[in-house]
Design a protein around this ligand. Structure first.
Ligand code: HEM
Length: 469
């Protein structure tokens, strides 16, 4: 999306910041280094030239990888041939199946279609009228919590945003308060799980069966057990009638498959974890990045606060305010462009296909890479800069809808998109209206990617009560 020099000058965008990204290697990386990077921070494998290459075909540990960095690749893989390019690849199974079993996020074919029909309506935008007041309530509680911490208190912003979004998903979908102890336990469990597994486990790519122990297998199991314990507790509370009887999670119990059978207990747990995992961590990462980015740009912060003061005037935002918080939304859209929480969408070819004019053989791995495409040199001006104004149609034309896909695209598009954008808008507006959040002195922020893309933890930021302007 083009920003001409005149547009940049007219809108004062020349001072836009370039936030951190993993180092980009100028030349070819040897195979051992690639393995190490895939293991520690997968986004660091990409070289500068990859951001200008539409399609990369590469052999890696005996597999053929096709990396798509172009809207045509998105249309062809996620739409036209979505049934051929499946999710259930060995790396996906290895990284997520221990936690999610056959849950929607990792299933394909009939199981996926059945579960999608059950889970998507639970988190769908049409329930947003019931969800938004809860989002507002929790955002208000967070303001009170920061106020109580005292002016200038240091918080680990990533952890705080994890707690905030976990509480929201628990109250909206599961109909109960998560409580401090469970919140800590489940967030720590997910974080531990992420540290223990890789998105593309090199040993799995080499063909090592899942039952063979990996260096971190025991830690993976322990992390999974922590998450399972909390989710089992939530389900048990619901079954015992200790939660809101109308909670949308009840739809999992009421659901019937095509043969008219209820979901098994294990399937209910798997889907509950999918909703919890997909629904809290991605939004937590987005909020943490957005608050950090705003703290780094005085221009963006000034424009955002002007909007918040004008639209809200000190009130907590509610659903009716969301469409009026236009610049707030642009800040979030730009955050998701720069730091898509799911930066690589992996698929495996179950049959032969063609992508962008090249043959794809059965078993080949396809990687649709929002990480590259959102910064593609031919699709975006100032691709590494933080420029929320690029999402203002008065400044620049809307980007191609297949070029900006933080929520994916096609039949498997994120069903929680409206939930996430409403939640992020309400929380960002409520918090930044009341507080100036600054990066703690001496702290450095890096990009960390294992399962999701997040700021490196901890993310120490200081929270200062905003005085009335
Ligand atoms: C900023 C926040 C979010 C982002 C960026 C995001 C992104 C994504 C992406 C990219 C996928 C597709 C992954 C793939 O095809 O490989 C996905 C799937 C999914 N998301 Fe989200 N998501 C967010 C928030 C949420 C929320 C709040 C919920 C629920 C409340 C949710 C529920 C799901 C579910 C259930 C799936 C699986 C869909 C399927 O496989 O059919 N997400 N999300």
């Amino acid at each position: 999306m083009h920003l001409s020099p005149e547009t940049i000058a007219a809108h004062g965008l020349a001072d836009s910041i370039v936030p951190p990204h993993p180092p980009r290697h100028p030349g070819r990386i040897g195979v051992w280094r690639q393995i190490l990077l895939v293991w520690t921070n997968v986004l660091a494998v990409f070289q500068e030239k990859d951001f200008a290459t539409r399609r990369i075909r590469q052999g890696f540990l005996g597999q053929t990888l096709h990396v798509c960095n172009h809207p045509d690749g998105v249309r062809e893989t996620l739409h036209r041939q979505h049934a051929t390019f499946e999710k259930k690849s060995p790396p996906m199974r290895h990284s997520l199946a221990p936690l999610l079993g056959d849950g929607l996020f990792v299933s394909d074919g009939t199981t996926w279609a059945e579960r999608r029909a059950i889970v998507a309506p639970i988190v769908h935008g049409r329930n947003i009228h019931t969800f938004a007041p809860v989002m507002r309530e929790v955002a208000g509680e967070w303001c009170a919590h920061w106020r109580a911490a005292g002016d200038g208190a240091t918080v680990d912003l990533l952890f705080e945003m994890g707690e905030l979004t976990a509480e929201i998903i628990c109250r909206t979908v599961f109909g109960s308060r998560l409580g401090r102890e469970n919140t800590h336990e489940i967030i720590a469990g997910f974080a531990q799980y992420q540290r223990a597994v890789q998105l593309f486990d090199p040993l799995t790519l080499l063909g090592l069966p899942d039952w063979m122990p990996r260096p971190r297998s025991r830690r993976t199991r322990r992390a999974r057990d922590r998450v399972h314990r909390v989710i089992d507790g939530i389900i048990a509370r619901f079954e015992a009638g200790g939660t809101d009887a109308h909670a949308v999670i009840g739809q999992l119990f009421a659901a019937r498959d095509t043969a008219g059978r209820p979901l098994s207990r294990r399937a209910i747990r798997n889907e509950a974890i999918v909703i919890f995992m997909a629904g809290h961590e991605t939004t937590a990462n987005t909020l943490a990045w957005a608050i950090y980015l705003v703290s780094q740009s005085s221009r963006v912060r000034g424009k955002l606060l002007a909007e918040l003061d004008c639209v809200l005037g000190g009130r907590l935002p509610d659903l009716a305010d969301v469409p009026r918080l236009v610049y707030t939304r642009m800040v979030l859209e730009e955050t998701l462009r720069l730091y898509p929480p799911v930066p690589l969408l992996g698929r495996t070819a179950s049959a032969a296909g063609t992508v962008m004019g090249r043959d794809v053989a059965p078993g080949d791995v396809l990687i649709i890479a929002p990480w590259l495409m959102h910064r593609n040199r031919d699709l975006w001006s100032m691709p590494d800069h933080f420029v929320p104004e690029r999402f203002d149609e008065a400044v620049a034309p809307r980007p191609n809808k297949y070029a900006n896909i933080p929520f994916a695209s096609g039949p498997r598009v994120c069903p929680g998109m409206t939930f996430a954008m409403t939640e992020a808008t309400i929380c960002l507006a409520a918090l930044l209206q009341s507080f100036e959040v600054r990066l703690a002195e001496g702290a450095e922020v890096e990009v960390d990617c294992r399962l999701t893309l997040r700021p490196s933890a901890p993310l120490p930021m200081t929270v200062h009560e905003r005085r009335a302007a």
